[in-house]
Design a protein around this ligand. Structure first.
Ligand code: IPE
Ligand code: IPE
Ligand code: MG
Length: 249
């Protein structure tokens, strides 16, 4: 099945809650770790496709702060999978102009993963064709709280005037300071929740939910999400008439 998408009207920033690895594994009578391993293939497919069609920012929710409460064995396996992923993808990132960035409490990650992340970010820092942004040890509420703490500190030290804080200056304290807000947020596996992802940044994001489990997420699924997004009218609180008038004049 081919789905037509308009390459002139692509979302600039796609964010994905990659959910359903565990259920995929159970459905195949495999252990959860196998589900995560299979999930990496979906990541590789999705990154490649997004780069090919010209998506500028792709944010993938890979590990939440809440995920630290999972069994130790699963966390260890996830970190190992992440390390293997970073090692295996570096060449392709360099060839395809992909810059790796992260959001989340990266300091909470164990040293080997953290070092490899820092090295990969450093080596891809000059790439300009697409940003691949991994959310690791990420929680939207924690992100907002750390911003508030830093703002209070800057105010205390006289670096900023607390009465002049705007939405824009607040956003500059978030992990996503350098990035546009996501235009399209996809969640797989049939769950209809945000799970602490990009709470501030998704104020006007278009949401797309699919029952497909992450390891099965295909080109057709990605294009379906984009095609659906392209049908929508982003009104930002205005009326349709107002938007049409703006387009004419
Ligand atoms: C998403 O798949 C991957 C991570 C959260 C790391 P899950 O592991 O949450 O899979 P389910 O939800 O149990 O199926
Ligand atoms: C969200 O999935 C986090 C990631 C995809 C990394 P979870 O599986 O952790 O979310 P809940 O627990 O179903 O809300
Ligand atoms: Mg899950």
């Amino acid at each position: 099945m081919t789905i037509d998408i308009d390459l002139q009207k692509l979302p600039q920033h796609i964010a994905i809650i990659m959910d359903g690895n565990g259920r995929w594994a159970r459905n195949h009578t495999l252990g959860r770790i196998m589900g995560h391993q299979k999930g990496v293939e979906a990541v590789q497919r999705t990154v490649r496709l997004c780069r090919e069609i010209g998506i500028k920012y792709l944010t993938l929710y890979a590990f939440s702060v809440e995920n630290w409460s999972r069994p130790d064995q699963e966390i260890k396996a996830l970190m190992k999978i992440l390390r293997e992923y970073l090692r295996s993808e570096l060449d392709e990132m360099l060839q395809n102009g992909i810059r790796l960035t992260t959001i989340g409490d990266i300091a909470a990650l164990q040293e080997p993963v953290r070092d490899l992340l820092l090295e990969t970010m450093d080596r891809t820092a000059k790439n300009r064709d697409m940003v691949l942004n991994l959310a690791l040890s990420y929680g939207g509420q924690d992100e907002i709280l750390q911003a508030v703490r830093r703002i209070l500190k800057d105010a205390q030290d006289g670096r900023i005037d607390p009465t002049s804080i705007s939405k824009e200056s607040f956003a500059s304290y978030l992990y996503t300071a350098e990035m546009p807000d996501p235009d399209l947020l996809i969640r797989t596996s049939g769950e209809y929740r945000i799970s602490n992802f990009l709470l501030w940044q998704s104020a006007y994001t278009e949401f797309y939910f699919t029952d497909v489990l992450w390891p099965d997420f295909s080109k057709t699924d990605l294009f379906s999400a984009i095609a659906d997004y392209q049908q929508r009218e982003r009104r930002y609180g205005l009326t349709s008439d107002q938007l049409r008038r703006e387009k004419i004049y």
